[in-house]
Design a protein around this ligand. Structure first.
Ligand code: AMP
Length: 472
């Protein structure tokens, strides 16, 4: 495998009101991921309008009024575009789609996006930005009469052509109000839809152009590198726990996992304490995972399954984002945990560990199919409902080649609708630990001060590795 084989296949949705900076952000992302295919439904329509194609003629009457083109037309268009080879090989940035909940649902039938980036700048700035925006007719570089004029008036900075301020037909006041109103009406359910899928990221800065280069680097990093820092919970002393959590929060991981099985005395795991853990780590940007690992799968506290289920119940009612449960748990255990998790809208990460070796690719595929069948057929848990429950498959590498098993699993499962985390443990497994996120893993683990598994590297090493390996 060469470095060029490590190209990213990223599937990104950009979402925000007209003028939020989706086009600008696309430019930034493309600098880092030049191969990624930008699909702007608005651009496709404009091109078709200027060429007077049947699609263009049909769409024009809606677009000029600031109305949405009917779902059936847009969905067919996007479906066709996503099916082409360039997208399959290099990933996509979807800009301007989905715009309705039905479009979002239809998209889920076609592809499984990795990230939904929400841009939501203040309204007054937005209006100024839209009213002033125009682009070079020759090379497409974007300008703004008020915010970002060309360096020399009337001359394009990029290609040197003579340019004039010429607005898009739908950037007038009336159409703009209709578009913003339409956005407000439809956006909430779409944002919620992706929030539930666990792939929503908000961009806080009002305008992409105001991001510093450091922030841009962080943003790109965020597109690919999601890190979970595990924390061993050894006591219920709040000051101690709080200090540890704050340290972890300062290193800005996307996920924090509390390993509750590190506690000696399980009677300390009271609802009050668990609620406190969640409360202390609460941050819009950090997702919380609660885990009480079985002793046969690397857990630190030996207890019977009945007691463990009681703890799992307490964990769910403390309302973390996820709890982690071993696939090897018995049917009754899984059934009860799933039903409670549904009730409280907590997601379950179903995990599998092999501390001895890495099974063959076929064995892992069978394991996944069997577990899926067990959930759906034997335990009658709806396939759609478990879809957002990630599978986590962790093995010990005995050779470098073993790393390729989890990587292939990440590639394969992230193409379908199943969230996946898979890599190898041990010194020989570091390659997949680092690179799994490049192949569709939801996140990878890195440590801050203490490691919870062999081969775990620090968050700084993880970030550094990504910077060196994957940055142009
Ligand atoms: P945009 O450039 O993304 O603001 O799109 C310009 C116009 O194209 C919109 O105001 C709509 O009329 C139409 N359009 C673009 N994308 C969609 C979509 N996903 N669904 C319906 N209409 C769309």
């Amino acid at each position: 495998m060469t470095i060029s084989d490590l190209t990213l296949k990223k599937k990104i949705i950009l979402f925000g009101p007209p003028g939020a900076g989706k086009g600008t952000l696309t430019g930034v992302i493309k600098k880092y991921l030049p191969e990624i295919v930008h699909i702007s439904t608005g651009d496709i329509f404009r091109e078709n309008i200027s060429k007077k194609t049947p699609l263009g003629i049909n769409a024009k009457e809606y677009i000029d009024k600031g109305a949405l083109v009917p779902d059936a037309i847009v969905i067919a268009l996007v479906k066709d575009r996503l099916n082409r080879d360039d997208v399959k090989n290099n990933g996509y940035i979807l800009d301007g789609f989905p715009r309705t909940i039905d479009q979002a649902r239809a998209l889920s039938e076609i592809t499984r996006p990795d990230i939904f980036l929400l841009l939501d700048p203040p309204r007054d700035l937005l209006i100024k930005r839209i009213k002033g925006r125009y682009s070079c007719q020759y090379c497409g570089k974007i300008y703004n009469k008020y915010i970002l004029p060309p360096k020399h008036e009337g001359v394009c900075d990029k290609c040197g052509s003579e340019i004039e301020f010429k607005q898009r037909a739908d950037d007038n006041e009336e159409a703009l109000n209709t578009r913003l109103e339409g956005y407000d009406n439809k956006s909430r359910s779409i944002v919620e839809y992706y929030e539930k899928k666990g792939i929503l990221k908000r961009i806080k800065t009002p305008f992409i152009l105001e991001l510093t280069s450091e922030e841009i680097r962080n943003l790109i990093e965020l597109l690919v590198l999601n890190i979970c820092i595990p924390m061993q919970v050894k006591s219920d002393k709040i000051e101690e726990v709080q200090a540890k959590i704050n340290k972890i929060k300062n290193s800005q991981p996307e996920y924090i996992e509390f390993r509750l099985d590190y506690i000696q005395d399980i009677s300390l795991l009271t609802p009050t304490f668990l609620n406190k853990l969640i409360e202390l780590s609460q941050d819009k940007e950090i997702k919380v995972i609660l885990t009480f690992r079985k002793s046969t799968e690397g857990g630190k506290t030996e207890i019977d399954e009945k007691t463990r289920l009681e703890i799992i119940k307490k964990m769910i009612t403390a309302l973390p984002d996820y709890i982690d449960i071993e696939m090897s748990s018995n049917d009754e255990f899984i059934r009860k945990a799933v039903s409670l998790a549904f009730q409280y809208q907590v997601k379950i990460i179903f995990s599998y560990h092999n501390f001895e070796k890495t099974p063959s690719l076929d064995d892992v595929k069978n394991l996944i199919t069997e577990f899926d069948n067990r959930l759906v057929k034997k335990l009658s848990i709806g396939a759609i409902t478990t879809e957002s429950f990630p599978f986590k498959l962790i093995f010990t590498a005995q050779s470098f080649y073993d790393n390729l098993v989890p990587i292939k699993i990440c590639q394969k499962l992230s193409e379908t609708r199943r969230n996946i985390i898979s890599f190898c443990m041990g010194e020989l497994g570091v390659f997949s630990r680092v690179s799994c996120v490049r192949y569709g893993a939801l996140f990878t683990f890195a440590s801050l001060e203490e490691t919870t598994a062999p081969g775990q590297i620090s968050i700084n090493e993880m970030k550094e590795a990504h910077k060196i390996l994957y940055k142009s």
